[in-house]
Design a protein. Structure first.
Length: 457
């Protein structure tokens, strides 16, 4: 064959086209695994290259190949036990029988595909149990369950949803038991007061509205999960083991029913495998077509000069990092993968510490003005004992305090206050602790009638 102007011939003598280069050239190395494994797609490539060249000649897969069905915008509420015949908008009064004697438990589940964000379909459950005097057992009263609606299919959302449902569907004083520790932490921080700053702001806003409008206090209590019967009485009470088991099983069943059909998942996985075979073949064929030129040998002088420059660069970066660590306002805490500020909680990967310290400042120190973090080499001695490392120590004018829980201690002779709170593990701030932190951030002593032990410099 003779090529015309603008055309080229392959080494095999055929006209050089993308289809020939990647698929039909007899000189393609059949001993290459990528070529050999994709040879079964040859007839499809020849038939489809003209209609879909982006796939067969460039390896760009159609979006429909990996399209995952979107979660529904609304899901039905399922009712179980004695709740089955009740209306969907039923409201229970927890101050009167029979609801007063019920114990409530909630749980959420991401289902068997919980680790894959695109495939996850989460669900929640809320159940009630009661003590049966006749049979002397804890009996199942009823429950509610539903799959999550909308695009946010996360396990934390499935744990928060039954809490919001419980607040809207009950009145009076009662207790809801949950095994989700993060939900209790969020409740302790009163996330509903600033829902726009929290994850799942719509749920926290609804929780705040429900708390403001309902009668009575709905307490949230933590129970341990994933225990065996042998742990009953030692690690968990019998009623909590039974109630949490009902909620966990019901949430799992609801999530399982909401999962994307297996045939759909298999179709997407098959499409991904086909796309990978096509892309590997295109790379192998391009490498064969272009050939591999021998690398240019670098002279001895060039190699030595490059090694010297690289060593000088590493030394300069090391010195810069040491200087940044000495001058930073952060209180750094190191582990294998992350470097974290114990004051403000900001963190970065260990390998990116130098760039992070250039641009980052500790928000706790910035907001508190002259309040400076402690040197990270050691924690302060409070009398004869050292402050517990779980605290975030800060110091100003003779007073040490924790930047997280707000507890403080004066270490000036003649003006010592109790340090026992700072030599035990740090806990969530109490109302008094939050008040101390608020005053300290404004350069005021932690208490109204307290003066700074040391005069200002």
């Amino acid at each position: 064959m003779q090529a015309t102007f603008g055309q080229h011939l392959c080494t095999c003598g055929a006209l050089e086209t993308p289809l020939h280069r990647y698929w039909t050239c007899p000189h393609l190395p059949q001993d290459d695994a990528a070529i050999r494994n994709s040879q079964g797609l040859l007839h499809k490539a020849v038939a489809g290259a003209a209609e879909n060249p982006s796939l067969w000649l460039r390896g760009l897969t159609p979006a429909t190949w990996e399209e995952v069905p979107a979660p529904p915008d609304a899901t039905p509420l399922h009712k179980w036990g004695t709740f089955a015949d009740m209306p969907d908008d039923v409201v229970f009064d927890l101050d009167v029988e029979p609801a007063r004697s019920w114990r409530w438990y909630s749980d959420g589940s991401g289902g068997p595909d919980g680790k894959g964000p695109n495939w996850r379909r989460a669900a929640w459950a809320l159940v009630a149990i009661r003590w049966c005097l006749e049979d002397q057992v804890w009996d199942f009263v009823g429950g509610f369950s539903a799959a999550l609606a909308g695009d946010i299919q996360t396990v934390p959302r499935s744990e928060i949803t039954p809490r919001e449902f419980f607040l809207r569907r009950t009145t009076g004083s009662g207790t809801l038991h949950t095994d989700h520790a993060d939900l209790l932490t969020a409740e302790a921080k009163q996330r509903w007061t600033e829902p726009q700053l929290a994850a799942n702001p719509d749920l926290w806003q609804s929780i705040g509205e429900a708390r403001a409008s309902r009668r009575g206090v709905a307490t949230l209590v933590k129970v341990k999960a994933h225990l065996d019967e042998a742990d009953i009485g030692e690690l968990i009470e019998l009623e909590d083991f039974i109630g949490n088991g009902f909620a966990d099983a019901m949430a799992d069943e609801e999530a399982l029913a909401a999962q994307i059909p297996r045939t759909t998942r298999e179709d997407v996985q098959l499409a991904r495998g086909t796309a990978s075979r096509i892309q590997s073949r295109l790379l192998a064929a391009a490498k064969h077509s272009i050939g591999t030129a021998a690398p240019r040998k670098r002279g001895t002088r060039d190699a030595a000069q490059a090694a010297t420059l690289a060593a000088e660069k590493r030394e300069a970066e090391r010195k810069e990092l040491e200087e940044l660590k000495q001058n930073t306002t952060h209180f750094l805490d190191y582990d294998a993968l992350l470097v974290t500020c114990r004051n403000c909680g900001q963190s970065c990967p260990t390998g990116g510490l130098r760039e992070w310290l250039r641009d980052s400042r500790c928000e706790v120190v910035v907001q508190a003005g002259r309040l400076a973090p402690v040197c990270e080499a050691s924690f302060p001695m409070l009398g004869t004992q050292r402050m517990r490392p779980t605290h975030a120590p800060l110091y100003h004018r003779g007073i040490w305090w924790c930047g997280r829980c707000g507890l403080y201690c004066s270490v000036v002779a003649g003006k010592k206050s109790s340090a026992k709170k700072l030599i035990v593990p740090c806990e969530a701030p109490t109302a008094a602790g939050r008040d101390y932190l608020s005053r300290l951030a404004r350069w005021l002593p932690p208490k109204v009638k307290l003066e700074w032990p040391l005069a200002a410099l």
